[in-house]
Design a protein around this ligand. Structure first.
Ligand code: NDP
Length: 277
């Protein structure tokens, strides 16, 4: 049987083995998928060991996405733009690195949530790895404008300058949270780590245009402070990042197996489990 794994540290909380087992059962693919705890000082050695033991591919999560980028010999354009890798493919030509996070987010928004992005005003909060991974796919969806706001403004500005070089005259700008006063958006995505600390980015009121959607990449924590603040500020729709998790997994599965699983029942099952229904 073909072997796959997710590597991270910590890893015991990972939903990826359950998601990929469901994909395999649904598509009739014969494979195993395990969770590997990567030692912080031995990521490359652990990957090499798994590959030598017959591994065909891996998902990579916190804190190894940059090391995975460095390890891959070839990269997809979206991994190149993100500077980070969440999917490794082992083949005869060596190690190929891809990044499916952005495609997962865009598919969750447009497909699962029926939230078209073309000609919309998008606000992306944060300038860390998660924001970097989704910038190019969001721009490819042709929004009217994509604004990147971050606590440390210089980080947002540096990221936008870097992407402006790749994406030409894309409608992209950077600012701090306070600079958002008086502006409105159709889609607001929280890619900061604030929810991990039970905090919300300090945003000015009045950000949400009529019908706007608030999206927190964090999942499994119910109503985060960001989502609660969005509701109070008039966001019409609220969602967490569970759909992004399942969709990025489906993109990886497609890459490895050449078949796209139906994510709808897998996402519904996972949500039932997480919410204890
Ligand atoms: P990083 O550590 O790389 O980046 C952290 C970012 O959050 C920085 O922009 C930082 O700002 C900002 N930040 C941290 N704390 C606060 C705060 N209290 N208020 C405002 N801004 C803050 O993290 P990642 O980019 O890797 O991850 C971000 C989030 O995305 C996590 O919650 C993660 O779980 C989630 N995620 C979800 C995925 C999914 O599939 N659903 C996939 C990937 C990530 P500054 O630059 O000023 O320090």
């Amino acid at each position: 049987m073909d072997r796959y794994a997710v590597i991270g540290n910590p890893i015991s909380h990972s939903k990826s083995p359950a998601i990929h087992a469901a994909f395999a059962a649904q598509t009739g693919q014969s494979l195993t998928y395990e969770a590997l705890l990567g030692p912080l000082d031995a990521f490359a050695a652990t990957v090499a060991q798994f590959r030598a033991a017959g591994g065909r591919g891996m998902n990579v999560t916190v804190p190894f996405k940059l090391e995975a980028f460095a390890l891959a010999r070839r990269h997809s354009p979206r991994a190149q733009a993100a500077g980070a890798v969440n999917t490794l493919v082992f083949d005869a030509d060596g190690i190929f690195g891809d990044n499916t996070d952005g495609a997962g987010l865009v598919r969750d928004l447009t497909h699962n949530l029926d939230c078209p992005l073309a000609a919309r005003r998008i606000l992306l909060l944060g300038a860390g790895g998660a924001a970097r991974g989704v910038l190019l796919p969001l721009l490819a969806a042709r929004p009217a404008r994509l604004t990147l706001a971050n606590r440390t403004v210089a980080r947002a500005e540096a990221l936008v300058a870097d992407f402006a070089q790749r994406a030409g005259d894309a409608p992209l700008d950077a600012c701090g949270f306070a600079d958002l006063a008086g502006r409105q958006f159709d889609v607001v995505i929280n890619a900061t780590a604030a929810s991990l600390a039970d905090e919300a980015p300090p945003l000015p009121p009045g950000l949400y245009a009529p019908g706007a959607l608030a999206y927190d990449m964090m999942y499994g924590r119910g109503d985060t402070p960001f989502l609660a603040a969005a509701r109070a500020d008039g966001a019409a729709r609220l969602t967490d990042g569970l759909g992004m998790l399942v969709e990025q997994a489906a993109e990886s599965f497609l890459l490895w197996r050449g078949v796209r699983p139906d994510t709808t029942p897998v996402l519904a099952d996972l949500r039932r489990q997480i919410e204890g229904r």
